[in-house]
Design a protein around this ligand. Structure first.
Ligand code: PLP
Length: 410
């Protein structure tokens, strides 16, 4: 364990005791959860906040006149304010997650502003969530999707991004961290370069928010999207962060309750931002849970989390590199969150299933990022995604399990 983790979280047992799921056994073995890039476990403060809503004021927001509805509305809107402040953002629109937030931008701002021949620039690292909505937009509107390639290490170079910008580039939509191979991209520089050319930028922050302090104003992007379940909150909640003025200028997307000001049979008028984009009953408990997750992360501190996770990741990379027949997929100079690898002669899915027999949860497959795996010459990898609460002993158990699997089955 790093000294900073010792100082801040004791021996980690305190922070680990907050995750009920870590008490589980899987196949009669204590669970070692290393699939944090897919979703993070929920700590007790988040579970408690959701339970409190469900048990004491499970009412709808904005519309009710009774006490419970007022309490639900206060908790929901309070969570919005705390989450936006945590990210240094002016306005937060709640969505189901990063995917829905990107689709929201594609179907509103981009639909309104992009024309045939206009270009959207993404990178080869993107999750399908930051590829497919743009492909659909291009199909509808005749825009062109351009892709900045990475180098053979899976690194996204600033020069390549700048070279790919043209006078038809109307949006740059790039991930901050690759979920498949862990590359940390030069997102601040990309957004600054975009801004200097008058090009709006969207950052897919799904894999940034659990691992590092994020200030969207400092990043300088126009849109920032993220998912709650990757930062210790429930699934089905996340958001789009943007300046109020941009959101005010955007058409609504989904129609229904709450997003309207008035409705007649002839026409409707729209609610203010952010509610204009929140049609229907939202995930109220999820939003309250996300607020609790942010409060909890603040008490832990994103800096110590980043330090601890960098140490864990580099330890795991060293261990993997010491095992014969293991090959890392992607060797970016800066990374966060995860490491991907393959083992000669073994299918990643088989390795994943065998690790599960040891109680170790990892991800095997294409990680919803098929293009980057294909770019690096693979169709599937094994991905280990530790988080700050994972112990050195768990790293040991995982290394030994991989060695044993190779010895017995390889
Ligand atoms: N972007 C990245 C980089 C991701 O890792 C993920 C999920 O793995 C997403 C977007 C989509 O997130 P969600 O499924 O929560 O909408």
């Amino acid at each position: 364990m790093t000294s900073s983790a010792c100082e801040i979280w004791g021996d980690l047992s305190g922070v680990r005791s907050l995750f009920p799921v870590l008490n589980r056994t899987v196949h009669k073995t204590p669970l070692v959860y290393l699939d944090n890039a897919a979703t993070t476990p929920r700590p007790q403060p988040v579970i408690d906040a959701v339970l409190r809503y469900e048990e004491t004021f499970p009412a709808n927001v904005h519309r009710g006149v009774h006490t419970l509805s007022g309490e639900a509305t206060d908790a929901y809107e309070n969570a919005r304010r705390r989450i936006a402040a945590f990210f240094g953002a002016e306005t937060l629109v709640f969505t189901r997650g990063a995917t829905e937030a990107i689709n929201l931008v594609a179907n509103t701002w981009a639909s309104d502003h992009l024309q045939a021949g206009d270009e959207i620039l993404i990178s080869a690292l993107e999750h399908h969530a930051n590829i497919v909505p743009w492909q659909m937009l291009c199909e509808r509107q005749g825009c062109v999707l351009r892709v900045v390639d990475v180098d053979d290490n899976g690194e996204l170079c600033m020069q390549a991004v700048e070279a790919a910008m043209t006078d038809r580039t109307r949006l740059i939509a790039i991930t901050g961290v690759s979920n498949a191979i862990g590359t940390l991209t030069p997102i601040n520089d990309i957004c600054a370069a975009a801004k200097s050319r008058g090009i709006p930028s969207l950052v897919d922050g799904a894999q940034m928010v659990p691992h590092m302090p994020v200030d969207v104003t400092a990043i300088g992007c126009d849109f920032f999207v993220f998912s709650g379940h990757k930062m210790y909150a429930p699934a089905g909640i996340g958001g789009l962060l943007a300046r109020t003025a941009i959101l005010e200028d955007m058409s609504p997307w989904q129609g229904g309750g709450d997003m309207i000001r008035t409705v007649t049979m002839e026409r409707s008028t729209w609610n203010d931002v952010p509610w204009k984009f929140e049609a229907g009953t939202p995930n109220i408990g999820g939003a309250i849970g996300l607020g609790a997750a942010v409060d909890w992360l603040k008490t832990l501190g994103m800096e110590p989390i980043a330090t601890r996770e960098a140490a864990l990741l580099s330890d795991m990379i060293g261990r993997l590199q010491s095992i014969d027949r293991v090959h890392l997929v992607g060797q970016p100079s800066q990374r966060a969150g995860s490491v991907s690898f393959v083992i000669d002669g073994m299918h990643p899915a088989d390795v994943g299933a065998m690790l599960d027999r040891h109680g170790i949860a990892i991800r095997a497959g294409h990680h919803c990022a098929q293009p980057i795996l294909e770019r690096l010459g693979y169709t599937a990898t094994i991905r280990i995604a530790p988080a700050f609460y994972n112990t050195d002993a768990e790293m040991d158990v995982t290394e030994q399990a991989i060695r044993r699997i190779i010895d017995v089955f390889g």
